[in-house]
Design a protein around this ligand. Structure first.
Ligand SMILES: Cc1ncc(COP(=O)(O)O)c(C=O)c1O
Length: 453
């Protein structure tokens, strides 16, 4: 038995993988990734793969980026971890300052945690407690969310989510939210054309916020791109209108920038593109360049101030984790932000995104390509059984997964969302790599449609 086979068997005997049907996994021959270099992953047999989804949307500047490696090593020479409850440390202090310097205006406080779900859990609890401690805010206990939302897998984040496949089974455990239709104009919730869809969705959202004035604590959104729902793009202006109506009605706006943050959509944070400054913002994934689990929930001074008082008033935010503000993670995040400072990352992303758009446009008329969606370097190609009716393939066809598997033959790692082929390359990709990524995905789609995968 080869080393790879032995590792596979040991994995299949001992491990339970996330978002994975383990009966299938056990019968499969999974790749065992041993190392990374730049934008590539290498398996235990030495095969090289382009990291086409940035290791599930976390990697920013490639693997083994010298500055990030060195920052972690240097921090390791001082300390790997000490608690953040009652103590503090230099990398967290410096990181908080740097994060606030690049964050949308108005955000002035950083609450650290260790993953995107938790950062959102914290955002929800913060918004809720904020109103409990604000004069006259007692009635504001409810949340407005979007129907296809994904904010993570902890119970609060799942409550704010709306993807039935992941969330429905847990409904009895969840608190309810006011879910409004996602403004996804390829499949308009009202059956309207694109422009009418955008207007109808925005009008419904405004109506909902206005009619719940006084009971809503916060509106929660993934700004511009609902990633996990299949790279759904918000129509232009929707987010700005949401900010305007939440401000008008005194409702907090929570932006979940876990997937969209750190340059992925072409700006440092997606909400900047609509001139939006949320009251609370969650970041994770790309924060450490994709190296270590670290997250943060940023809040305005107004939110923060509602938690101040004498201890015995019990206005404290009673929330925290063993690994809050892990110093190694903070060091990796500082190195990541330094690269953004030193290099024209966003300029490069603009060029790459333009090239990706040109390449994707070639697929627009391909058979079974229903919709192509992209913002910056976040893209999705939706494959449908019928372009006319937009009907999906039956799930047992596993179309998206077969495409991802086929793409490995071209040296590309993909992870689809249902039948949406997701492309989310690292920001450090070259134009040639972007072209190869898109063309390989197109080739894999054709191969699977032709019954060869
Ligand atoms: C928008 C959004 N929020 C939250 C999360 C959850 O983050 P994590 O997987 O780090 O818990 C994700 C993960 O994909 C996400 O896309």
């Amino acid at each position: 038995m080869t080393r790879t086979e032995s590792l596979r068997r040991r994995d299949q005997a001992a491990i339970w993988h996330p978002f994975t049907q383990m009966a299938e996994w056990e019968a499969d021959t999974p790749l065992v990734i041993e190392r990374g270099e730049g934008n590539y992953l290498f398996d235990t047999d030495g095969n090289r793969y382009f990291d086409g989804v940035s290791s599930l949307w976390v990697n920013v500047f490639g693997h083994r980026r010298r500055e990030i490696d060195e920052a972690i090593r240097s921090q390791l020479g001082r300390i790997a971890h000490s608690t953040f409850l009652g103590l503090t440390h230099p990398p967290a202090i410096e990181l908080a300052e740097k994060l606030l310097a690049v964050a949308p205006a108005g955000l002035s406080r950083v609450f650290f945690s260790d993953n995107g779900s938790t950062a959102m859990e914290i955002a929800i609890k913060m918004a809720f407690q904020y109103w409990r401690q604000r004069e006259g805010g007692d009635g504001r206990t409810e949340f407005l969310t979007l129907s296809e939302a994904y904010h993570g897998d902890t119970i609060g984040s799942v409550s704010a989510g709306g993807i039935d496949l992941f969330h429905k089974i847990f409904r009895p455990l969840l608190f309810s939210t006011h879910r409004i239709p996602t403004p996804h104009c390829y499949r308009c919730p009202y059956g309207l054309s694109r422009p009418s869809c955008a207007l109808a969705c925005a009008a419904r959202m405004e109506e909902e916020v206005r009619s719940r004035r006084g009971t809503l604590a916060a509106a929660i959104v993934e700004p511009l791109v609902q990633g996990a729902a299949g790279m759904l793009m918000m129509p232009e202006g929707y987010l700005a209108r949401l900010q305007a109506v939440t401000r008008e009605c005194g409702v907090l706006l929570v932006c979940d920038e876990v997937a969209t943050g750190f340059g992925r959509t072409g700006t440092m944070f997606a909400c900047e593109q609509e001139g939006v400054s949320p009251d609370i913002m969650a970041v994770a994934k790309g924060l450490t360049g994709g190296y270590l689990p670290l997250a943060a929930t940023l809040a305005t001074e107004e939110v923060y101030a509602a938690f101040l008082g004498r201890y015995e008033e019990f206005k404290t935010f009673f929330h925290g984790h063993s690994y809050t503000a892990n110093p190694l993670g903070c060091a990796a995040a500082l190195a990541t932000l330094s690269i953004f400072e030193r290099e024209d990352v966003l300029g490069r992303v603009a060029d790459l995104a333009r090239r990706m758009g040109v390449e994707l446009a070639f697929l627009a008329d391909a058979p079974h390509v229903g919709d192509i969606r992209r913002k910056g370097l976040m893209a999705g190609i939706e494959i449908v059984a019928s372009r006319e009716t937009k009907e999906s393939f039956p799930p047992e066809k596993k179309f998206g997964r077969r495409v991802a598997r086929k793409a490995r033959e071209k040296g590309i790692i993909l992870r689809p969302l249902g039948d949406v082929v997701v492309l989310m390359p690292p920001l450090s990709s070259t134009e040639e790599e972007i072209v190869h990524l898109v063309r390989s995905a197109a080739w894999a789609i054709d191969e699977v449609l032709a019954g060869r995968g």
